[in-house]
Design a protein around this ligand. Structure first.
Ligand SMILES: Nc1nc2c(ncn2[C@@H]2O[C@H](COP(=O)(O)OP(=O)(O)OP(=O)(O)O)[C@@H](O)[C@H]2O)c(=O)[nH]1
Ligand SMILES: [Mg+2]
Length: 296
């Protein structure tokens, strides 16, 4: 994780600690800008980082590697903190005291990790004494129901499903009703993933949202898709609405820029980061921890 960013910041640190000319500084900052972009840092964010560095250098040239690192840590932390890492379990706990059941719809294009993330969150909820229930509202992809049923079985949780090809909004609605009747407290709704440019998907999601009025619309993005994850997030936010974000497959991403880009460009809470294929491979978004992974 974050190997790319770690490497380019280490390089940068070597180059700018100590006395350097204005030309060298400009050159090095420019180089950093493009290296950041190559590591999936959105251009706007990369620009912000280098402008911050320039300002700080001009105010007071970095005398040691330690000073460069401190500046970088501070700047990267500020970028990451545009997204609040909320304690999602606590948030759900508070909400469930007022309203039962709490409903969460998971959005995202195909293959990003929605179903796996639902299973991971269900496991966390169960471990914290909640009574979650799963909703197989992906009635579109062959095997989708078997996949969520498999997780439900392993986790010892119920799942509500209809036939393939049936209306996903009806599945979601039935799950909420079932949860009310049998006092389940959190409904986790799986949805089909298609291309985010697919109008049918958008309409399908809009209908689910209209019918059940979920408490959270949680977007799952794949860290490996880099800057496209930001585009997806903007699209879903515009057309369906996004309340918070999970970045899946962070473990498989060698670059690392996507967290910075999403935090800065979306400014929505990132609730979790997926770090593997096992149920427990889901960590709270923690800007401090990410900074220490990138900058030591
Ligand atoms: N390494 C890694 N793999 C993950 C993570 N999350 C999900 N995956 C894998 O990504 C693949 C796709 O995950 P799914 O959960 O099926 O994705 P989906 O968004 O539900 O896919 P569709 O239903 O087809 O739209 C699976 O092989 C998962 O095991 C993660 O955090 N790390
Ligand atoms: Mg799925």
């Amino acid at each position: 994780m974050f190997n790319g960013l770690r490497r380019i910041f280490r390089n940068f640190t070597e180059k700018v600690s100590g006395k350097i000319s204005k030309e060298t500084l400009d050159e090095t900052l420019n180089e950093l800008l493009f290296q950041l972009v190559e590591c999936d840092v959105a251009y706007t964010v990369a620009e912000k980082i280098i402008e911050e560095l320039r300002l700080r250098y001009e105010e007071k040239p970095f005398k040691s590697k330690g000073e460069v690192l401190d500046a970088l840590k501070n700047i990267v932390l500020n970028v990451l903190k545009n997204s609040k890492g909320t304690d999602f379990i606590r948030e759900l706990d508070k909400l469930k005291a007022k309203k039962k059941p709490v409903a969460i719809v998971f959005l995202g294009i195909n293959g990003v990790g929605k179903t796996t993330t639902i299973a991971k969150i269900a496991k966390k909820l169960k471990d914290h004494g909640f009574k979650p229930i799963l909703s197989a509202a992906d009635t579109y992809r062959a095997g989708a129901q078997e996949q969520i049923e498999y997780h439900a079985r392993r986790l010892g949780l119920p799942v509500i499903k209809h036939k393939y090809g049936s209306d996903p909004a009806a599945v979601a609605f039935d799950t909420v009703r079932y949860a009310e009747k049998h006092s389940y407290d959190v409904v986790l709704i799986d949805t089909a993933g298609r291309m985010h440019t697919d109008i049918d998907l958008v309409n399908e999601l809009k209908k689910i949202v209209r019918v059940i009025e979920p408490d959270f619309k949680t977007l799952v993005v794949d860290a490996l898709t880099g800057n496209d994850a930001v585009e997806q997030a903007k699209m879903f936010n515009e057309h369906v609405g996004v309340d918070n974000i999970v970045i899946a497959k962070m473990d498989a991403d060698v670059k690392g820029g996507v967290a910075l880009s999403l935090a800065y460009e979306l400014q929505k809470p990132i609730i979790y980061v997926g770090t593997g294929q096992k149920y427990d491979d889901l960590e709270p978004y923690d800007p401090e921890k990410i900074v220490s992974l990138i900058l030591g």
